[in-house]
Design a protein around this ligand. Structure first.
Ligand code: UT7
Length: 335
């Protein structure tokens, strides 16, 4: 059996910086509230026409491919995680295959929101471990900004989310002690609606209902989050799934060199850091600059950590995420 290893990482964020003060000009919010509750100082928003979820993913992927030292034709499979696809269907995986101009490899779309990158990584890892594929392109990308309620009504959600993309190349690794040691995935659909975007969908709000109602005040077009409930569940599930990952590899928290948590809220990261008694240099956070980029947050953070020398050969790197679904997961990696 083979292992899989991350051999290339890349990220892309749109140039347009939106500060907390910028948001305060269009809704009733302020820099102090946002920083105190979330740690976020600014985020990026795509300017319409400049980028899409797919185009950002492609830009991140090109960097990852180059850094992996492979040709795009060496990619055997694409896994794309997002909650903000360019189209209702088809998903962005095939658009990446087209826009990268590569042969007719399979392309899979993952719909697991903030845990999307961990789920995508896990899928890719299994394909490589089974021997089916040698190089898999994994992308997490989100264009949130144009789907948010930017009025005061939506402020508890819209100040948090930002746009961007991250990508990784997973390649076959012969040494089983290296690479992705294990991944751990969970869900609890009982709380599906606590962090959700209901419409349009073929459940509660059909496209035909929306057209018939023609109601400009309909909130179901926008993401809904029961913030405190999500927060309480997040801190518990983050901790559980990190412990599960460590235990399954006979490791302990003190073995962690770097934890890269999904960038949901700086307060959540700080809670986890304290719980596992990790130093400031052992937890990577960049939510201050980019906000919560959902499926893109881990690959953006991991790339920045790697670029700034915080990930070294032999390090134990732990990825963990929690979000809508609820879904959560972790990946234990020996770099
Ligand atoms: O990535 C997926 C997983 N997501 C998460 O894990 C996020 C988890 N939740 C959170 O991070 C926090 O719950 C939030 C940051 C979303 C909200 O923080 P909170 O401390 O739970 O605030 P709250 O929703 O309880 O709101 C407190 C007050 C309310 O006012 P009143 O009722 O006390 O008068 C809100 O109306 O803050 C008000 N508020 C705001 N004020 C200024 C809500 N949003 C804003 C805002 N600016 N943007």
């Amino acid at each position: 059996m083979y292992n899989s290893k991350i051999t290339g990482l890349g990220y892309y964020v749109p140039e347009n910086v939106v500060t907390n003060d910028d948001l305060a000009k269009i809704m009733d919010t302020n820099d102090a509230w946002i920083q105190e509750r979330t740690g976020i100082k600014e985020r990026r928003h795509v300017i319409k026409g400049d980028d899409t979820t797919t185009s950002m993913g492609v830009k991140a992927a090109k960097i990852a491919i180059e850094r992996a030292g492979i040709d795009k034709e060496d990619i055997d499979f694409i896994v794309f995680a997002t909650l903000s696809p360019d189209y209702y269907f088809p998903g962005p995986g095939v658009l990446v295959q087209r826009d990268l101009g590569i042969k007719t490899v399979g392309a899979l779309d993952v719909r697991n929101q903030c845990s999307g990158f961990i789920y995508a990584l896990s899928v890719a890892d299994q394909y490589i471990k089974s021997g089916m594929y040698k190089n898999v392109l994994v992308i997490g990308s989100e264009l949130h900004s144009h789907g948010l309620d930017m009025s005061t009504r939506g402020r508890s959600v819209s100040v948090i989310f930002g746009d961007g993309a991250g990508a990784a190349i997973l390649s076959r690794e012969e040494d089983n002690a290296k690479g992705i040691l294990s991944t751990h995935l969970h869900s609890e659909g009982q709380h599906a609606e606590e962090l959700s975007l209901i419409a349009p969908g073929m459940g509660k709000r059909w496209v035909t209902d929306i057209i018939a109602d023609n109601d400009a005040d309909d909130e179901s077009y926008y993401p809904y989050m029961n913030g405190q409930f999500v927060f309480k569940n997040a801190v518990v599930r983050f901790s559980e799934v990190i412990i599960e990952g460590l235990k399954s590899n006979d490791l302990q928290a003190s073995d962690i060199d770097l934890l890269v948590p999904h960038q949901a809220n700086l307060r959540i990261s700080q809670f986890i850091q304290k719980k596992f008694k990790l130093g400031d240099d052992q937890v990577f956070n960049n939510i201050m600059k980019y906000g919560n980029t959902t499926a893109a947050s881990i690959p953006i953070a991991l790339t920045e950590a790697w670029e700034t020398g915080k990930v070294k050969d032999g390090d134990l790197v732990v990825l963990a995420a929690f979000g809508s679904g609820f879904t959560w997961g972790s990946a234990i990696i020996r770099w």
